[in-house]
Design a protein around this ligand. Structure first.
Ligand SMILES: *[C@@H]1O[C@H](CO)[C@@H](O)[C@H](O)[C@H]1NC(C)=O
Ligand SMILES: *[C@@H]1O[C@H](CO)[C@@H](O)[C@H](O)[C@H]1NC(C)=O
Ligand SMILES: *[C@@H]1O[C@H](CO)[C@@H](O)[C@H](O)[C@H]1NC(C)=O
Ligand SMILES: [Zn+2]
Length: 452
């Protein structure tokens, strides 16, 4: 694949013409979060308060249709639909269905003088954030994405994980294939929340950030968001920031309901932070939606008309962490280790032989193991999953603040992107990006294996 020579011409120097009137935009993406995910987390909270509603509930204005050029999208095509207002093939990062790089609303906003930001709990080079400011044929080209993010300077504030793609391969903690050192760019590199001066890159983990349920020393999504909004607002310039609850999706892939739940609760806390900001800065619009549903989540399985959110309260670790720990244990003691883990981390004290066995058999393969652990909790809670991948379901669309009435009814993901562009007075069709066509990878189009 022709990649190295393609990206010499990055977006032209921004004309720093201030927007006509200050208006800011916070676009939130809850990756892999369907309406059933909202219902799951709401029911969990209602165990404590029967009348509880989520911070999103009052702002539901419609739904987003999620398909890409495939009826079931991935996060790369899903984010490109918002960012470029075009449908493309799964795996594409801000290139159209013919592999032509497309100008994104973030790049257009930057050219128009807005400050820009990307905040995520995934690697900053992962599909969703990447599609707002990089252009590659295939989401797996994360080394190149990192280089493009740094070179284009279209983003003033980058926050999340994925430090390993900025570190040369001979240094500790690198996952790059080459000796390029991207830590020496014009960005301030930070690893704390005290943002001093832009442009800044604040990367808190080598890989994805911790799941909320496992989190110890890293900042949460709501903490990053508070810090990002305050750094952007301090400049007195209008801004556009994309904030992603990235790992709601990953927990869905693992069919791990408690981890999915805690990612959602943290996303909601983040929504609260943004709503407060909008209340104090009424020139700001908040839009929240998802790129797609993940897991085919079902509340209630045969034969009963009930499900039991209480089982989720007892879980204290993600299936991912449980499986990583189990893998380090002796194989001949595995039954005991699994029994202990189920007690300690899933809060189940009467595990059946088949529940233990299901995990013991799966320990060797991380992916199978995570689903086996998730399955034990799901079955007890009467939660079903129809897939370890994505589904073609519509997802909720939420809007709050200035001109939120732009968003209503059943909208294509591309229409959502177009309204975001209209709100910022950006005309993407008038802008060009000076990059050659990239050859598209075809293998990926219809499989989710190892992809989110
Ligand atoms: C990024 O910029 C450096 C220095 O100008 C250049 O050597 C490199 O090829 C650029 N990379 C990309 C992907 O544009
Ligand atoms: C790194 O190099 C290996 C071996 O050449 C290759 O298989 C892999 O795809 C490369 N990874 C990236 C991110 O370029
Ligand atoms: C943040 O950084 C500034 C400048 O370096 C410093 O004066 C301030 O004390 C720091 N605040 C915190 C909470 O660390
Ligand atoms: Zn996914």
């Amino acid at each position: 694949m022709l990649v190295s020579s393609i990206f010499l011409l990055v977006i032209s120097i921004p004309a720093r013409a201030a927007p006509v009137e200050p208006r800011s935009l916070v676009f939130m993406i809850s990756d892999g979060f369907g309406q059933t995910s909202e219902a799951l987390a709401r029911a969990y909270m209602q165990l404590m308060d029967a009348h509880w509603t989520s911070p999103l509930d009052p702002h539901l204005v419609g739904s987003t249709r999620t398909k890409s050029t495939s009826l079931v999208t991935d996060s790369a095509a899903g984010a490109t639909a918002f960012a470029c207002t075009q449908k493309t093939y799964n795996g594409a990062i801000a290139v159209d269905a013919n592999g032509r790089p497309c100008v994104t609303i973030m790049e257009a906003a930057h050219r128009k003088g807005y400050l820009t930001g990307l905040v995520t709990t995934a690697r900053i080079t992962h599909a969703t954030p990447a599609a707002f400011a990089a252009h590659v044929a295939d989401r797996d080209m994360e080394d190149l994405i990192a280089e493009q993010l740094v070179n284009s300077s279209a983003v003033d504030l980058l926050m999340g994980g994925g430090r390993c793609h900025f570190v040369p391969h001979d240094q500790e903690g690198s996952c790059r294939n080459d000796s390029t050192n991207l830590l020496t760019s014009k960005y301030n590199m930070q690893s704390n929340l005290n943002i001093t001066g832009l442009p800044t890159m604040a990367l808190f983990a080598n890989n994805h950030m911790s799941y909320e349920i496992d989190r110890t020393d890293q900042p949460s999504l709501s903490e990053m968001t508070r810090s990002a909004l305050s750094a952007l607002a301090q400049t007195n310039r209008a801004f556009f920031v994309m904030i992603e609850g990235a790992r709601i999706d990953m927990a869905g892939h693992d069919n791990d309901p408690a981890t999915h739940l805690h990612e959602i609760l943290e996303y909601w806390r983040t929504v609260e932070v943004v709503k407060k900001f909008v209340d104090q800065n009424p020139h700001t619009l908040l839009v929240s939606t998802s790129d797609h549903e993940t897991g085919g989540l079902t509340l209630g399985i045969d034969p009963e008309y009930i499900w039991h959110p209480g089982f989720l309260a007892k879980v204290t670790r993600s299936a991912e962490t449980i499986c990583q720990k189990l893998k380090r244990h002796q194989e001949d003691d595995m039954e005991d280790s699994v029994g202990e883990a189920i007690k300690k981390h899933l809060g189940i004290h009467d595990a059946s032989e088949s529940e233990i066995d299901g995990i013991v058999k799966a320990v060797k393969d991380a992916k199978v193991c995570k689903r086996a652990v998730g399955n034990v909790v799901s079955r007890r809670a009467h939660i079903g999953w129809s897939t370890g991948g994505h589904t073609g379901a519509d997802v909720g669309l939420y809007a709050y603040g200035r001109e939120s009435s732009r968003f209503h009814g059943s909208m294509e993901n591309t229409e959502v992107g177009r309204e975001l562009a209209n709100y910022l007075s950006l005309d993407l069709s008038k802008l060009t990006i000076n990059m050659p066509v990239v050859s598209k990878r075809t293998m990926f189009a219809h499989t989710y294996i190892d992809h989110n």
